[in-house]
Structures are given as C-alpha cells and as structure tokens.
Design a protein. Structure first.
Length: 384
C-alpha cells in the first residue's frame, strides 16, 4: 500500500488524470488532571504537554484511490513519573472500484501508551505500559442487485507490550472476519444482517477465545434531519484456558444490541448511541462492553460552538471462573471550540471521570481540563 501511494504520487501528469491532496496540521495541547491513571493509590495532580503533528496524503485515479495518514505525539508530564511517551501511527489504505465491486486493503502500525488507548476503548486502565499494534486487512464489496449488497472483511491485529506479563498485560493476537448483507427495503430504509467471527489468542497466559456473533440491523431516516440505526443479535463464546498442562473449556452465551439516533436542527445537533459488543483486551481475555454515549452540540456564533459529551461503560470480562471483577465507569464534560480563521482553531474542554469495580473497593474519580490549539495552514490539492 505504501508503494502504491508512492507510485500514484509520482505518476506523470501526461499519462493519467490524477487528483492529489496533502493536509498537514499541528496541534499543541496542554492538560491538567488530578488523577490521570484512575488509581485509588495516593497520587499527585499531573500537568501534560503534547506536540502533535499529522499529515494526510491521498492520490486518486478514476477507479483507484490510495490514502495515507501519519501522526505523532510527543507527550511530557510533570507530577508523575513514567508517563512520558512519543506516540507514532501510520495508516494506509487503498481501494479499487469496478462497476459492481469494491476491493480495499488497509494496514496500520501504531506505537502508543496502553493506558491512554485502552481507557478510550474500554473505559479501563490496566497498566502504564507502551504497546505496539500492527493491523493488516482487506474487504470486498459486491453489488448483487439494485437492492442487495454483499460485504466480506478479514482483519488480523497483533498487539505487543513493552513487558509481556508485567502489570497484568499480555501480548495477544486477534483474527476478525465479517460477512454482511445489506438489503434496501425502500429508497430510505436498509436491512443489514452480519455474521462475525473473532479469534483471540494470548499465548503467554494460555488463553484462546472464539466468539461467533449474528446481528441484524435496521437503518431508517425518520426525516431529512432525523435518522436512526437499530440492531439486535446473539453471540456464543468458547474459551480454552491452559494451565499446568491441562486445558479448561467453558462457554458463554450473550446478546448483542445497538442503536444510534441523530437529530439536526438549524444550529443544534444531537447524537445518542447505545451498543453491546465484545472487544479484545490486554488483560488476557475478551471483554463484553455495554456503552452508552451522547453528545449535543450548539452553534453559538459563526465561528464558535459548544457541546456536552458523555460516555457510560459497563464491562464484563469473559473468562469463566477466573474473571476479574466487572466494572462501571462514565465520563462527562463540556467543550467549547473557536474557529477564528480557516487555518486556526482552538478547543477547550473539561472532563469528569468516575470508575467503580465490583470488588467492594471505593469508587475512583478524576477531573481534567484541556486546551488545544490547531493550525492547518499548509493544505494543498491539485488535479492533473
């Protein structure tokens, strides 16, 4: 994919009609947090400074398109040791389109701090380690009829931590396969049926889990400004736990569900989402995550807007009798943004976070205040 991007960017203009674009940006972010690791142990208030450059590149022919997205984050903290980190990520994707088919390949390489990433994904912090994530996958979409489309996708994800088996984190691999059928019930309504297979393996802790899920979704626009998506399904989990030369097997049956609603007015937008899904975890097990989120955004002036964002999580580790305790967490806070020019923007937000584990321990909470300045002054696009 990287080679394809280089080739497209280097194509002579006289041979093909190519559309190029490049969008660099720079973010400067400051934050203060009174419990950044969501710990019940004694802790200090932490001040964090982040320098985040990024670059998006794309090149497209009539049927072929290649995209690249690179970002880095240089983070330094005062008040807590061991948090300084230089994160980096490179994502590449390419797609080829015919009259009836769409082929897509994608890959990603990321090095980041596990405590930041897994907090966003599951609402939990397991340990302050660095992790390396590699992703490789592809998909195929076929238009069968005017009403029916078939989608197949396969993805392999490899996650490695700086110290395997230290701090409760274990290296793991995930193989994910999805087959989805999309049927247009009418001009506006869609019915989607998907079959998903997830194979999770953490060798060092002797865990292999296979999860099979079937889900049906309905997409319906109630009006030009109001749309909803609703889904329901079932899943079956098979666990193999190896220890001392013996293998213990267990099963777990559960429900899958989800719903999203979006409503827009002239200057206000509202979005709500509720999902139940199974996610991989560095703790050596899969996690069933119930997530409820909502956001309301209000345009205050032509250049400023305000919003209120909330996320609520219920997590249940899927590891039979060896499972750690369930947990509940939420975060909520307002945001204010100012786009005073096309190139310059500023964002200020506050967040309150709360976490309670089902083991009799006291709840944990934190307060954070962040400020970010963004510059996008070097954008470039050209069609030849």
């Amino acid at each position: 994919m990287l080679l394809a991007l280089i080739v497209l960017l280097a194509l002579p203009a006289s041979l093909y009609a190519v559309e190029y674009s490049a969008l660099p940006s720079v973010n400067l972010r400051e934050e203060v947090n009174d419990n950044i690791l969501m710990t019940s142990q004694p802790h200090d208030t932490v001040w964090g400074s982040h320098f985040i450059p990024s670059l998006r590149l794309s090149a497209a022919l009539e049927r072929w398109r290649v995209d690249g997205n690179f970002w880095a984050s240089i983070s330094r903290y005062v008040g807590e040791k061991g948090l300084d980190m230089n994160d980096v990520s490179l994502k590449l994707s390419s797609e080829y389109r015919t009259e009836w088919d769409l082929w897509r390949l994608f890959g990603e390489g990321t090095r980041d701090a596990a405590w930041k990433s897994e907090l966003q994904e599951t609402g939990l912090i397991l340990a302050t380690q660095r992790r390396n994530v590699g992703v490789l996958g592809g998909s195929w979409t076929r238009t069968l009829t005017e009403r029916m489309t078939l989608l197949g996708e396969l993805e392999y994800r490899e996650t490695r931590y700086s110290d395997d088996q230290v701090g409760g984190l274990f290296d793991y691999d995930v193989l994910l396969g999805t087959i989805q059928t999309i049927y247009a019930l009418s001009e506006n309504d869609q019915l989607r049926a998907s079959l998903e297979f997830l194979n999770y393996r953490a060798v060092s802790v002797g865990v292999q889990s296979k999860n099979v899920g079937l889900q049906v979704s309905w997409v319906h626009p109630f009006s030009e400004t109001f749309q909803g998506t609703f889904s329901v399904g079932v899943r079956e989990l098979f666990n193999d736990l190896s220890s001392g030369g013996e293998t213990q097997q267990d099963k777990d049956f559960g429900w899958l569900a989800g719903g999203t609603v979006e409503k827009k007015w002239e200057r206000t937008s509202l979005r709500g989402e509720a999902t139940r899904q199974v996610d991989p975890s560095g703790g050596g097990y899969l996690i069933e995550v119930d997530r409820l989120s909502g956001a309301i955004e209000q345009e205050l002036t032509q250049t400023t807007s305000g919003s209120l964002v909330a996320n609520f999580y219920l997590t249940r580790p899927l590891r039979g009798e060896l499972s750690p305790p369930d947990s509940a967490s939420y975060n909520i806070g307002p945001k204010w943004s100012w786009n005073w020019t096309k190139e310059w923007s500023m964002l200020i937000w506050y967040r309150y976070a709360w976490l309670k584990r089902d083991d009799g321990s006291d709840p944990i909470h934190s307060n954070s205040l962040s400020w970010m300045l963004t510059y996008r002054g070097f954008g470039w696009s050209e069609s030849r």
